[in-house]
Design a protein around this ligand. Structure first.
Ligand SMILES: C[S@@+](CC[C@H](N)C(=O)[O-])C[C@H]1O[C@@H](n2cnc3c(N)ncnc32)[C@H](O)[C@@H]1O
Length: 333
């Protein structure tokens, strides 16, 4: 994993990853301590070592070892009781991983996305809160539609988007694909544990190399949804070590202008969407006008509908629509 990070991300990230590997944690306590003491000790240590979200990290790990999701859901008495030597060792072992900047989600091996708890595995992309908003946008468009619905998700990662939509919409079927075999396997594992596998088709495909196979599998879908890699390559080396050293760079790096994968998603969407079917994209705030212009110049089958903003009021979501043949002809006049 380290080697992969080094070779792909270059010299600067090598230094970042080597640096974070060298940190050591406080010694395992000789005497028994309470959960609260463990929480405080690690929060302080994370803070001193510059680990992001020091308190939250210590809370999540301790709660996980005590069999809970959050520290708030652990009984007050339990937090004040002495920990068993096994639990103490486990907290120390997991917190030592956090000290090396492994994201909490990979340490506790699960994360919540909307109403789902998903399994997480290095190096598959950890779903971000903004993507919950992308799902809400699709759901609000779908809520007035009757009859069967179908989507293609490009770049499913852990399956967050497709599985969330399948859970909320019983009439939906989904095709999800990813260039990463780890991602496809993780989506499969999550689909099985949520009982959503029957309405999900999964494919290990790369939308560049396997474009024709994508079209074969997905002709005439109601919608295409994607949170593609969209970072500008030049921004990659300034990512936090948590991201830089552990998440798959192919999930993040969108090329020089961040649009490499997005352009291919647009081309495929123009071929596989049914008339009036929509494409929903999560993008960088600099992208919406660039995408609109590119579509106007290159894809007469698609119409740019709207840009939507995230909870920080940043332009983060693009909605496009497949024109009907009549609309295309009118545009030519
Ligand atoms: C930002 S992640 C999104 C993952 C998931 N949809 C989510 O929102 O949590 C982008 C995903 O696209 C996949 N991907 C990148 N390039 C691809 C390509 N050429 N073909 C198919 N999938 C690709 C990556 O492997 C990664 O899983």
């Amino acid at each position: 994993m380290w080697k992969k990070c080094f070779t792909i991300m270059g010299y600067k990230s090598q230094l970042v990853c080597v640096h974070v590997r060298c940190c050591s944690g406080p010694a395992l306590p000789v005497h028994r301590i309470t959960a609260l003491q463990a929480v405080h000790s690690w929060s302080q240590h994370f803070q001193e070592k510059g680990v992001s979200e020091p308190e939250l990290s210590s809370h999540y790990i301790t709660a996980h070892v005590l069999g809970a999701k959050t520290i708030e859901s652990v009984k007050k008495e339990t937090l004040s009781e002495l920990l068993s030597p096994e639990d103490t060792q486990q907290i120390w072992r997991l917190c030592a991983k956090r000290l090396q900047r492994l994201p909490v989600q990979y340490i506790i091996k699960e994360w919540d996305f909307r109403d789902l708890t998903l399994r997480m595995k290095v190096p598959v992309f950890i779903p971000r809160p903004e993507t919950e908003e992308l799902v809400e946008i699709v759901l609000s468009d779908f809520k007035n539609q009757t009859g069967s619905l179908s989507i293609l998700e490009v770049g499913c990662g852990s399956g967050a988007i497709s599985l969330s939509l399948l859970k909320s919409l019983p009439q939906l079927t989904a095709v999800a694909l990813d260039q990463s075999e780890d991602a496809v396997n993780l989506t499969k594992e999550n689909a099985l544990s949520l009982g959503l596998q029957d309405r999900l088709q999964l494919h290990h495909l790369d939308i560049f190399k396997d474009a024709e196979a994508v079209v074969d599998h997905c002709g005439g879908v109601s919608a295409v949804v994607s949170n593609p890699p969209y970072l500008f390559t030049e921004d990659m080396s300034s990512l936090q070590p948590e991201i830089l050293c552990f998440e798959d760079p192919a999930a993040l790096d969108g090329g020089e202008d961040g649009l490499t994968v997005i352009r291919q998603v647009l081309i495929l969407a123009s071929r596989i969407l049914q008339n009036n079917g929509r494409l929903y994209l999560e993008v960088d705030p600099r992208h919406p006008p660039l995408i609109q212009r590119w579509v106007e110049l290159h894809l007469e089958e698609l119409r740019y509908v709207e840009t939507k903003h995230d909870f920080n009021n940043r332009a983060r979501f693009c909605i496009l629509q497949k024109k009907t043949n009549k609309q295309e002809l009118q545009d030519l006049d």
